[in-house]
Design a protein around this ligand. Sequence first.
Ligand code: IMP
Ligand code: MG
Length: 185
Amino acid sequence: MTIPSPATHYKPEQLDVYLSEAQIQERIQELAAQINATYQGCEKLMIIAVLKGSFMFVADLIRHIKVPCQIEFVRLASYGDGQTSSGTVKPVDLSLPSLSGEDVLIVEDIIDTGLTLHFFMDYLTSLHHTRSLKLAVLLDKKEARQKDVLVDFAGFTVGNQFLVGYGLDFAGYYRNLPFIGVVKD
Ligand code: IMP
Ligand code: MG
């Protein structure tokens, strides 16, 4: 399947809805309930969102989090402008405060090969002695996994298709859509 260049063919009607806005929002409330139950009584939860893709998901998720929390952002890149992982993870910005003794929840839009999160979790555990470290992803592309990564909270298991919208991009476009779409053949 070839996706037309979004810069010249940007048309949401070229997309099929894969997950509607309502489906996404309903599932996020369920995920938040699981997270709230897991961290009940926790003094402070440190949320680390992986940019850019997770900005919408984390913004919606965090509104339903009931435990006291702080948020940090890191930026990692692996796809470039293509539709498949480049195989190397580029740390764009990994600046973080000390996470020593903290309960840390990483929030990511999608796990695909697992290379990005494997790299990042390795990096975190080598530098910081967190009290706990868990992972929440909105989308899990299970079939594509190359590196084992334990996902603690997963929104939806998705097929091995290239998805756009709700933070996910193709060549930087489509992130603004409130739903998740798949480009029509
Ligand atoms: P991984 O390292 O292969 O697990 O890929 C993780 C990153 O690739 C995600 O954080 C996304 O930014 C990007 N990615 C993976 N699959 C898709 C997709 O279907 N659409 C858009 N971006 C994707
Ligand atoms: Mg991402």
